[in-house]
Design a protein around this ligand. Sequence first.
Ligand code: SAH
Length: 449
Amino acid sequence: MNVYDADRMADVLRPLDYAVTDTADDADLVILNTCHIRERAAEKVYSELGRLSQIKEKRDPDADRMIVAVGGCVAQAEGKEIVRRAPYVDMVFGPQTYHRLPEMIAQAHRQSGVVLDTDFPAESKFDHLPEQSAPDGYSAFLTVQEGCDKFCAFCVVPYTRGAEFSRPTKQVMGEARRLVASGVKEITLLGQNVNNYHGSTECSTESVGEWSLGRLIGELSEIEGLTGIRYVTSYPADMNDDLINAHRDVDKLMPYLHLPAQSGSDRVLKAMNRRHTSKDYLDVVARLRDAQPNLAFSSDFIVGFPGESEKDFEATLSLVRTVGFVQAYSFKYSPRPGTPAAANELQVPEKVKSERLGRLQALLNEQQLAFNQGWVGKQMDVLLEQPGRHEGQLVGRSPYMQAVHVDAPIEMTGEVVTLAITGAHGNSLSAELLSAPPAQDQTEKRAMA
Ligand code: SAH
């Protein structure tokens, strides 16, 4: 979502004659768009700011001033504290106010001292953003939902992104159509709890109502030229029938689902305030597999949550084996200021966390490699996204999010082609070109593969 937000910030600033540059050295404005989810992410901001201060110092403050801004969730959470630690910062703004960047910049030029905007404004930024500009590539992100009302005991998101909000359906459909018209083939719908999307239809011709994410995906799949739809991230307890049925009915919906479990221990899940047990999780997986037998699962796990015992951790390993996750992100529990778990006295020692993380990741890597190897000798439809590292090579994205390397002419970039998988690695596949099938055959082939 930060990638999406950063692109939208560029859209806001383009009418003011700002353009994106690759290096900070000669920039008029540098925005660090930050993440507060774990301590390490937040700390990176300060080391990056240190680097920027050196560049800023070399500039002439009258003729060639560089404005340094911190946006995103660290800005939201820390506010003025950022300026205390890094006094050369000119602007601090949260994830819900970046539509006001032009005013903030004007203010920063007028006044000395920091411009601070960490509101949760009543108006939605989406109503004030300019139209999204054409993206660089063939796959694009589209935020449909933001914020979170779940209050997991470990998580800062409700405090940094704010309450759950779904964008109206007409806005989302319009943005998707414009993306496809500018060449996008695959759209990933974004939200902190994307599967709880319930966008209002009030601006459409239909009478006032709501679309679920399943309904939205069905409608998006009607857009000609769009070949793939994904969504991330989902909350297991919000997995509803509409969405499960979309996995059965919508060919363009990719057969890959990121569904964070966090733990396999019911005791830990309860302490996390997750609202699902390991059985609930397995039931949802079974219902989804009934609807779409080709579905592969990915997940997020936290190890060393306060009070996690060896037995609890083993329940996580067991869940990983039972579901057969083909990919997952796993993290050591990181205490976040203001969250209930941070104050818990039963913190797990760092050494134990590291040891458990190592065991979990070894298992996940093993399963991921086995899944990838299972594709060797089979065929798969792949969206060829960009040139690879070697001459004559293209890199694509498989339906299962694997990077796929293939020798193919550059003109094939942006096409969905059926490839023969010839090799498997930890995170990627090698493939050879078959002849590109006509577009209408592709969903059929995917089902066969
Ligand atoms: N909405 C998702 C969470 C997305 S945040 C859900 O409900 O599951 C991305 C991931 O970061 C989380 O899934 C979690 O695994 C991890 N994470 C969040 N807070 C964390 C913390 N305090 N310590 C370690 N990992 C954390």
